[in-house]
Design a protein around this ligand. Structure first.
Ligand SMILES: Nc1ncnc2c1ncn2[C@@H]1O[C@H](COP(=O)(O)OP(=O)(O)O)[C@@H](O)[C@H]1O
Ligand SMILES: O=C(O)C1=C[C@@H](OP(=O)(O)O)[C@@H](O)[C@H](O)C1
Ligand SMILES: [Mg+2]
Length: 172
């Protein structure tokens, strides 16, 4: 019996508010493939929302669960995988992305702030979302750029239009 070939997965990375979850879902619908999101997978394993994991178990525990979620999704899944914005800070997670098609959704500070709003769903952004986002975007930009095969600027553009553009640019 032949071994199963490695799954071909498109991985979306970028800061909070870049649209990874929204565009990943749309892209999967257009391509007729499965969609997974590491935040949803972590929540399913932990049995509680990301914000509760941060408060009750701490960020370090969230990052462990997140790394395990990326590993599991990359080994089981075949389709589109959206990561949480901070997942790529882990060097072991970065290594797992090797061989997959990584798309970086770029967003400027103004659009990102507007998109994440003032909700408490993203615990890192609860206090002063604008300055927190600015800091984490500056710190992470080089990592996103290094890992990406494709970069898509999302400012002032509709998710549907972006999903179409990404679909057209994927390797055959
Ligand atoms: N290109 C876009 N234009 C306008 N709003 C967007 C766009 N992409 C996402 N959004 C909105 O911004 C919010 C955050 O999007 P989400 O997909 O959760 O981002 P991420 O997963 O990267 O944090 C959602 O309310 C979503 O509807
Ligand atoms: O950037 C981050 O460190 C985080 C981003 C969030 O996901 P999104 O990027 O999908 O908002 C979520 O994983 C958690 O709140 C931490
Ligand atoms: Mg998301």
């Amino acid at each position: 019996m032949s071994a199963k070939p490695p799954a071909s997965i498109v991985v979306l990375i970028g800061p909070p508010g870049s649209g990874k979850t929204t565009i990943g879902r749309l892209l999967a619908e257009r391509l007729g493939v499965g969609f997974r999101d590491t935040d949803a997978d972590v929540e399913a394993v932990a049995g509680k929302p990301v914000s509760d994991i941060f408060v009750e178990d701490g960020e370090a525990r969230f990052r462990e669960l997140e790394h395990q979620a990326v590993r599991r999704a990359l080994s089981e899944h075949d389709g589109i995988l959206s990561l949480g914005g901070g997942a790529v800070l882990n060097e072991e997670t970065q290594a797992l992305l090797d061989g997959h098609h990584v798309v970086y959704l770029q967003v400027g500070l103004a659009d990102a702030v507007q998109r994440v709003g003032l909700g408490s769903a993203r615990p890192l952004l609860v206090l002063n979302p604008r300055s927190q986002l600015k800091k984490l975007m500056e710190e992470r930009r080089p990592v996103y750029e290094r890992l990406a095969a494709t970069t898509v600027v999302t400012d002032k553009r509709e998710p549907a239009e972006l999903a179409d553009e990404i679909a057209r640019g994927l390797p055959a």
